[in-house]
Design a binder for this molecule. Sequence first.
Ligand SMILES: Nc1ncnc2c1ncn2[C@@H]1O[C@H](COP(=O)(O)OP(=O)(O)OP(=O)(O)O)[C@@H](O)[C@H]1O
Length: 360
Amino acid sequence: MTAVVEASSLRKTYGETVALENVSLSVADGEIFALIGPNGAGKTTLVRSLTGTTVPDAGTARLWERAPTAVDESRLGVLPQEFSPPDRLSARELLEYYAGLYDDARDPEAVLEDVGLADAGDTWYENLSGGQKRRVCVGSALVNDPDVLFLDEPTTGIDPAGRRTVWRLIEALAAGGTTVVLTTHDMAEAERLADRVGLLADGSLVASGPPTTLIEEYGGASRLTIETAERVSPDLFDGLEGRQTGTDAAEIGAAETDVAEISATEIEAAEIDARDGALVFEDVSPTAIGAVVDVLEGEGIEYTSLTWSEPDLERAYLELADDAEAARTARSGSVEGQLEGQVANAELEGARDRPAEGNR
Ligand SMILES: Nc1ncnc2c1ncn2[C@@H]1O[C@H](COP(=O)(O)OP(=O)(O)OP(=O)(O)O)[C@@H](O)[C@H]1O
C-alpha cells in the first residue's frame, strides 16, 4: 500500500525539552493510525510536525511525499487539541462557515447530523456543553471531506454514547478511503478504531503495530483480581491440589471434581501477587474463580470485588510505558552515576595533585 503520511527521523526540541527523538513512521492510504502515550510524550508535537504547523529541528515529515505545507489544504482535515472557533456563532453557522472555505465541501446539515448535533444546531458555540463543542470541532475538521484527517484527542470530553457516534463516523470515513491519524488516551478507542497503534514515550516511538499484536506481545495473560478487606498472603493457596483431590468425589459429583482439580492445578501454577489490597492471579481461566472463592470463604476472608480480565491494549500500554519509564530512570541514573563518578574522579585527581598534609 502507498504511504500517505511519513515521518523520518523526526527530532524536535523546545529548549531543554526533547519533544521528539528520531521518530519514524508511515501510514498507508485508508489506514487508521492511533498515537498513544503518556502526557507530554510528544503526540501533539508529532501531529503538528506532520501537518506543517511546527517545523522539526531534524528529519522530514511528508504527506503524499511532499512537505506538509506544500499540500493542497482542501485534501487535509486537522482537529487540533486546542481549538477555539468563534463563540457567537451557532453550531450550524460554524459548520457552514468552515464549509464555505472550500470549493467542494460536505453538506453542513449532514455533518451536524453525523456528529449527533442535529438538535443543537441553533445553539451558540459558547452555550454548547464541553462534549457538544468537541463534536462541532470534529465536524469542522471533516467538513471538507479530506483525504487525510488528523484528529488530536477527538473524543476528549464527549460522553460514552457520543464517543461511539464519533467512532462510527471515523470508521465510515476510513471505509470510504480517508486516511486517519488520531491521538488518544482512550485505549478502548485505539483498540477499536486503529489498524495500527504507535506508542510514544519521552519523544520516542517505543512500539508500533496492530492492537492485537501489541496485546499479544505486551498485554500479559488473563488475570483474576480480587479486592479483599484485609491483606491476604498468596501462601494461602499453596498445596491446593492436594486439598482438592482429598475431597470426596461422591459428595460433589465426578464432573465437579474434575473442574475442581483442573482449577486447583491452574491456581497452583498461577503467579499470585498480593498488591494494594488485592490478590492478583495471572494466567488463570474463569473456571478457577470458584476454587479461589471457596478458599477465601473457607478461611472467612471477605472480598469486595472480583474481576476476571483478558489482556487488552490498556495493559499492553501500561507495560510499555512502565518499561520506557524504567529505561529513562536507568538512563538518567547512569548519567548521574557517570557525573558522580566524574566528580569523584576529579576529586581523587585533585587529592592526588595535592601533597599530603604531613608531607608539607
Ligand atoms: N510550544 C512549546 N513550548 C515549549 N514546550 C513545549 C511546546 N509544545 C510542547 N512542548 C513540550 O514538549 C513535550 C511534548 O508535548 P506534547 O504536547 O507533544 O505531548 P503530548 O504527548 O501531546 O501530551 P498530552 O497527552 O498531554 O497532550 C512536553 O514536555 C511539552 O511540555
